[in-house]
Design a protein around this ligand. Structure first.
Ligand code: SF4
Length: 247
């Protein structure tokens, strides 16, 4: 991948759910996972129609600087998986930090920690780390890949004391069971010093239509979690001392 060219799926200029304040959210193309619950399968593939230059993206972002300042917002790179284009993200964040723009990285954490990734993290103000499942076998069943790299990534964030919001999709039969939630809290407790917030993302079926349009067979046959289940899970986190929100 090139540092001055990004393969971008789409851009949202008034985002309010991917980090603090009003955010310019860049959804990058391509992803190493194939999550059964994915609601953005249209980001999985490389499409040259979405090519943007670094300078073009930076100049567009700078138009929104006042919105970032008054709302406490900034930019978020998401996807897909932005770290598959880490050279571009590194250059982007370096340029934006010169203008004091808050940079958030929404990632699945499935990367090898090399110098470019270290540079991205150094220029990142906040990492939104998506945890798919803490059991590596079930992680593989859900995403197609095991979770070893994700744990290594979280260890690295802990080593460099990087602020993190943990995001957990709540998928009935996979991640809504109270025993699973207790195990997750125990796992996260090791990283409590860097975790600022836990975001619970209830599974929904809004992406199903996209799978069908792409000619893909939708992989899950479960209903979204009900409010009682969501409240029980939220209470578990609150009682364990976490700042938690449901999005
Ligand atoms: S990591 Fe995100 S974009 Fe990639 S497959 Fe999973 S849900 Fe979809």
């Amino acid at each position: 991948m090139q540092k001055n060219i990004g393969y971008i799926h789409s851009i949202e200029t008034g985002g309010t759910v991917d980090g603090p304040g009003i955010r310019y959210v860049i959804f990058f193309q391509m992803c190493p996972f194939r999550c059964k619950f994915c609601h953005n399968p249209d980001t999985w593939y490389k499409n040259p129609m979405g090519i943007r230059t670094l300078d073009n993206v930076v100049s567009d972002i700078l138009k929104y600087k006042n919105f970032f300042n008054f709302s406490g917002g900034g930019i978020t790179v998401s996807g897909g998986e932005p770290l598959l284009q880490s050279e571009f993200v590194f250059e982007l964040f370096k340029k934006l930090k010169k203008d004091n723009i808050h940079c958030a990285l929404d990632t699945c954490g499935y990367v090898d920690i090399n110098d470019t990734i270290k540079g991205v993290i150094q220029n990142t103000d906040l990492v939104l780390l998506d945890i798919k499942h803490i059991n590596t076998q079930i992680h593989k069943e859900l995403t197609g890949k095991d979770n070893n790299k994700v744990t290594e990534f979280l260890n690295y964030l802990s080593n460099v004391n990087k602020k993190v919001w943990i995001r957990q999709v709540l998928v009935p039969t996979y991640t809504t069971d109270i025993v699973y939630i207790e195990g997750l809290i125990k796992f996260l407790d090791k990283y409590r010093g860097i975790i600022e917030k836990v975001e619970l993302l209830p599974y929904h079926t809004m992406g199903k239509e996209k799978w069908e349009k792409l000619g893909l067979k939708y992989q899950l046959d479960v209903e979204p979690p009900n409010n009682q289940v969501l409240q029980e899970i939220k209470d578990k986190f609150i009682n364990s001392g976490y700042d938690v929100l449901i999005n």
